[in-house]
Ligand binder design. Structure first.
Ligand SMILES: CC(C)(COP(=O)(O)OP(=O)(O)OC[C@H]1O[C@@H](n2cnc3c(N)ncnc32)[C@H](O)[C@@H]1OP(=O)(O)O)[C@@H](O)C(=O)NCCC(=O)NCCS
Length: 164
Protein backbone atom coordinates (compact mmCIF):
# COMPACT_ATOMS: atom_id res chain seq x y z
CA UNK A 1 0.00 0.00 0.00
CA UNK A 2 1.37 3.40 -0.89
CA UNK A 3 2.29 5.82 1.89
CA UNK A 4 1.37 8.90 -0.11
CA UNK A 5 -1.93 10.38 -1.17
CA UNK A 6 -2.87 11.97 -4.46
CA UNK A 7 -4.69 15.28 -4.32
CA UNK A 8 -5.20 18.38 -6.48
CA UNK A 9 -2.15 20.67 -6.62
CA UNK A 10 -2.43 23.94 -4.71
CA UNK A 11 -0.46 27.20 -4.64
CA UNK A 12 1.38 26.10 -1.49
CA UNK A 13 2.85 23.15 -3.42
CA UNK A 14 4.74 25.31 -5.88
CA UNK A 15 7.98 25.36 -3.86
CA UNK A 16 8.13 21.56 -3.77
CA UNK A 17 7.14 21.24 -7.42
CA UNK A 18 9.93 23.67 -8.34
CA UNK A 19 12.42 21.42 -6.51
CA UNK A 20 11.32 18.57 -8.77
CA UNK A 21 11.33 20.75 -11.89
CA UNK A 22 14.79 22.15 -11.22
CA UNK A 23 16.35 18.79 -10.51
CA UNK A 24 14.56 16.66 -13.08
CA UNK A 25 14.28 18.86 -16.17
CA UNK A 26 16.94 20.59 -18.27
CA UNK A 27 14.41 23.33 -19.05
CA UNK A 28 12.46 23.71 -15.79
CA UNK A 29 9.32 25.78 -15.59
CA UNK A 30 9.47 29.03 -13.68
CA UNK A 31 7.45 29.77 -10.55
CA UNK A 32 5.22 32.14 -12.56
CA UNK A 33 4.53 29.54 -15.24
CA UNK A 34 3.69 26.92 -12.63
CA UNK A 35 1.40 29.31 -10.79
CA UNK A 36 -0.44 30.03 -14.04
CA UNK A 37 -0.82 26.34 -14.73
CA UNK A 38 -1.97 25.28 -11.29
CA UNK A 39 -4.49 28.06 -10.90
CA UNK A 40 -6.01 27.50 -14.34
CA UNK A 41 -8.73 25.06 -13.40
CA UNK A 42 -10.64 25.63 -16.64
CA UNK A 43 -8.54 23.37 -18.84
CA UNK A 44 -5.69 22.20 -16.63
CA UNK A 45 -5.55 19.46 -14.04
CA UNK A 46 -2.53 19.36 -11.76
CA UNK A 47 -2.24 16.70 -9.10
CA UNK A 48 0.44 15.94 -6.54
CA UNK A 49 1.56 12.93 -4.52
CA UNK A 50 2.06 14.01 -0.91
CA UNK A 51 3.92 11.94 1.64
CA UNK A 52 4.36 13.22 5.19
CA UNK A 53 3.91 16.81 4.05
CA UNK A 54 6.37 16.59 1.16
CA UNK A 55 5.41 16.57 -2.50
CA UNK A 56 7.14 13.56 -4.02
CA UNK A 57 5.59 13.75 -7.48
CA UNK A 58 3.28 15.73 -9.65
CA UNK A 59 1.36 15.44 -12.89
CA UNK A 60 0.01 18.21 -15.10
CA UNK A 61 -2.66 17.70 -17.75
CA UNK A 62 -4.06 20.13 -20.28
CA UNK A 63 -7.47 19.53 -21.82
CA UNK A 64 -7.21 20.55 -25.45
CA UNK A 65 -10.56 19.56 -26.88
CA UNK A 66 -13.61 18.03 -25.26
CA UNK A 67 -12.20 14.53 -25.64
CA UNK A 68 -8.47 15.15 -25.92
CA UNK A 69 -5.71 15.95 -23.48
CA UNK A 70 -2.02 16.71 -23.43
CA UNK A 71 0.31 15.55 -20.68
CA UNK A 72 2.19 18.74 -19.87
CA UNK A 73 4.49 17.39 -17.22
CA UNK A 74 5.17 14.51 -14.88
CA UNK A 75 7.98 14.32 -12.40
CA UNK A 76 9.02 12.37 -9.34
CA UNK A 77 11.15 13.95 -6.62
CA UNK A 78 14.77 12.75 -6.79
CA UNK A 79 15.27 9.95 -4.28
CA UNK A 80 11.69 8.72 -4.70
CA UNK A 81 11.90 7.16 -8.16
CA UNK A 82 10.94 3.53 -8.78
CA UNK A 83 8.41 3.54 -5.94
CA UNK A 84 5.43 3.76 -8.28
CA UNK A 85 4.80 7.47 -7.65
CA UNK A 86 4.44 8.44 -11.33
CA UNK A 87 2.31 5.37 -12.04
CA UNK A 88 0.00 6.19 -9.15
CA UNK A 89 -0.45 9.76 -10.43
CA UNK A 90 -1.30 8.45 -13.90
CA UNK A 91 -3.66 5.79 -12.50
CA UNK A 92 -5.55 8.38 -10.48
CA UNK A 93 -5.78 10.81 -13.41
CA UNK A 94 -6.75 8.09 -15.90
CA UNK A 95 -9.73 7.06 -13.80
CA UNK A 96 -11.05 10.62 -13.78
CA UNK A 97 -10.33 11.57 -17.38
CA UNK A 98 -12.04 8.42 -18.62
CA UNK A 99 -15.11 9.29 -16.59
CA UNK A 100 -14.92 12.78 -18.11
CA UNK A 101 -15.02 11.41 -21.65
CA UNK A 102 -11.40 12.02 -22.67
CA UNK A 103 -10.65 9.55 -25.45
CA UNK A 104 -7.12 10.45 -26.54
CA UNK A 105 -3.95 11.75 -24.99
CA UNK A 106 -0.72 13.08 -26.43
CA UNK A 107 2.66 14.30 -25.20
CA UNK A 108 6.22 15.00 -26.24
CA UNK A 109 9.16 13.29 -24.62
CA UNK A 110 12.90 13.55 -25.30
CA UNK A 111 14.04 10.66 -27.46
CA UNK A 112 16.76 9.78 -24.93
CA UNK A 113 14.32 9.63 -21.98
CA UNK A 114 13.84 5.87 -22.15
CA UNK A 115 12.60 5.67 -18.57
CA UNK A 116 9.70 8.04 -19.24
CA UNK A 117 9.02 6.48 -22.64
CA UNK A 118 8.71 3.03 -21.04
CA UNK A 119 6.36 4.43 -18.43
CA UNK A 120 4.18 5.96 -21.15
CA UNK A 121 4.17 2.76 -23.22
CA UNK A 122 2.65 0.98 -20.24
CA UNK A 123 -0.23 3.45 -20.41
CA UNK A 124 -0.93 2.67 -24.06
CA UNK A 125 1.10 5.45 -25.65
CA UNK A 126 2.77 4.77 -28.99
CA UNK A 127 5.06 6.95 -31.11
CA UNK A 128 3.51 8.74 -34.09
CA UNK A 129 6.31 11.10 -35.07
CA UNK A 130 9.30 13.19 -34.09
CA UNK A 131 9.63 16.94 -33.47
CA UNK A 132 13.14 17.79 -34.58
CA UNK A 133 15.24 20.00 -32.33
CA UNK A 134 12.31 20.36 -29.91
CA UNK A 135 14.25 21.28 -26.78
CA UNK A 136 15.90 24.69 -26.89
CA UNK A 137 18.77 23.97 -24.52
CA UNK A 138 19.73 20.45 -25.49
CA UNK A 139 18.55 20.67 -29.13
CA UNK A 140 17.26 17.17 -28.67
CA UNK A 141 14.43 15.72 -30.74
CA UNK A 142 11.12 14.86 -29.09
CA UNK A 143 9.03 11.78 -29.72
CA UNK A 144 5.34 12.55 -30.20
CA UNK A 145 3.28 9.91 -28.43
CA UNK A 146 -0.45 9.28 -28.62
CA UNK A 147 -2.72 6.99 -26.65
CA UNK A 148 -6.32 5.96 -27.07
CA UNK A 149 -8.08 5.93 -23.73
CA UNK A 150 -10.84 3.35 -23.68
CA UNK A 151 -14.18 4.67 -22.48
CA UNK A 152 -15.43 3.39 -19.16
CA UNK A 153 -17.36 0.15 -19.66
CA UNK A 154 -17.18 0.57 -23.45
CA UNK A 155 -18.58 -2.55 -25.01
CA UNK A 156 -18.34 -4.45 -21.77
CA UNK A 157 -20.57 -7.49 -21.75
CA UNK A 158 -23.28 -7.02 -19.17
CA UNK A 159 -24.91 -10.28 -18.12
CA UNK A 160 -22.31 -12.91 -18.92
CA UNK A 161 -21.89 -13.92 -15.31
CA UNK A 162 -25.63 -14.63 -15.04
CA UNK A 163 -25.37 -17.45 -17.58
CA UNK A 164 -25.33 -20.78 -15.76
C1 LIG B 1 9.96 9.31 -15.57
C2 LIG B 1 9.60 9.46 -14.10
C3 LIG B 1 8.42 10.43 -13.99
C4 LIG B 1 9.19 8.08 -13.55
O1 LIG B 1 8.78 8.27 -12.19
P1 LIG B 1 8.74 7.07 -11.11
O2 LIG B 1 7.94 7.57 -9.98
O3 LIG B 1 10.11 6.61 -10.83
O4 LIG B 1 7.96 5.95 -11.92
P2 LIG B 1 7.29 4.64 -11.33
O5 LIG B 1 8.02 4.20 -10.11
O6 LIG B 1 5.82 4.84 -11.22
O7 LIG B 1 7.48 3.61 -12.53
C5 LIG B 1 8.72 3.37 -13.03
C6 LIG B 1 9.23 2.04 -12.49
O8 LIG B 1 8.22 1.19 -12.01
C7 LIG B 1 8.14 -0.01 -12.83
N1 LIG B 1 6.72 -0.33 -12.94
C8 LIG B 1 5.73 0.36 -12.35
N2 LIG B 1 4.54 -0.21 -12.66
C9 LIG B 1 4.79 -1.27 -13.44
C10 LIG B 1 4.00 -2.26 -14.08
N3 LIG B 1 2.66 -2.27 -13.96
N4 LIG B 1 4.61 -3.19 -14.84
C11 LIG B 1 5.93 -3.19 -14.97
N5 LIG B 1 6.74 -2.29 -14.40
C12 LIG B 1 6.18 -1.34 -13.63
C13 LIG B 1 8.80 0.41 -14.07
O9 LIG B 1 9.31 -0.62 -14.85
C14 LIG B 1 9.92 1.24 -13.52
O10 LIG B 1 10.84 0.39 -12.93
P3 LIG B 1 12.32 0.82 -12.62
O11 LIG B 1 12.23 2.01 -11.71
O12 LIG B 1 12.88 -0.35 -11.93
O13 LIG B 1 12.95 1.15 -13.93
C15 LIG B 1 10.80 9.97 -13.23
O14 LIG B 1 11.92 9.17 -13.52
C16 LIG B 1 11.15 11.43 -13.49
O15 LIG B 1 10.70 12.32 -12.78
N6 LIG B 1 11.98 11.68 -14.52
C17 LIG B 1 12.42 13.03 -14.84
C18 LIG B 1 11.30 13.84 -15.39
C19 LIG B 1 10.80 13.26 -16.69
O16 LIG B 1 11.56 12.77 -17.50
N7 LIG B 1 9.46 13.37 -16.89
C20 LIG B 1 8.83 12.94 -18.14
C21 LIG B 1 8.97 14.02 -19.15
S1 LIG B 1 7.94 13.76 -20.54
Amino acid sequence: MSTWRIRPAERRDIGDILVIENQQFPEPWSRAMLLDEITNTENRRYSVAEERGIIIGYLGLMFVLKDEMHINSIGTRPGHESRGVASSLLDEAWAEVRARGVARATLEVAVSNTRAVELYYRYGFAPVGVRKNYYQKTHEDALILWADIPALDAGAPTNQLDTP
